[in-house]
Design a protein around this ligand. Structure first.
Ligand SMILES: [Zn+2]
Length: 121
């Protein structure tokens, strides 16, 4: 399955990608923003690179890796844009994150496989 990439910003090498500045939304609900940033930081670590990326807004050093879940791939520094600059991500991704967090919260897990394993204490 091909992961959908998000949070990769315009650069000289990729002028077709979005610029984060117009996506800054200071009205974005703080709790939702915090949840999204936390989710981004907890993504599975993917590739790591030699060079660090710099924030396109404040120019701080901002990550050198990629993170992912089973649907999306993002740069490890994306949470910085969300938490420090309120760069609002697409609504579809926000609802994906909130849905995943709700599912964890509800503890709706399938224990069938685990119970069937041969472990006998
Ligand atoms: Zn920044």
């Amino acid at each position: 399955m091909t992961l959908r990439a998000l949070g990769f910003w315009r650069s000289e090498r990729a002028p077709e990608l979005p610029d984060p500045v117009p996506l800054v939304d200071d009205e974005w609900d703080e709790e939702e923003r915090w949840l999204v940033a936390m989710y981004l930081d907890q993504g599975q670590l993917g590739r790591e690179f030699m060079g660090f990326s710099r924030c396109r807004i404040c120019h701080c050093v901002n990550g050198n890796a990629e993170r992912m879940d089973d649907e999306f791939l993002w740069p490890s520094g994306l949470s910085h844009y969300v938490s420090d600059h309120s760069v609002k991500l697409p609504a579809e991704f926000i609802s994906h994150v909130l849905h995943r967090l709700d599912a964890m919260e509800e503890g709706d897990f399938d224990f069938t496989w685990w119970k069937e394993q041969a472990y006998q204490a």
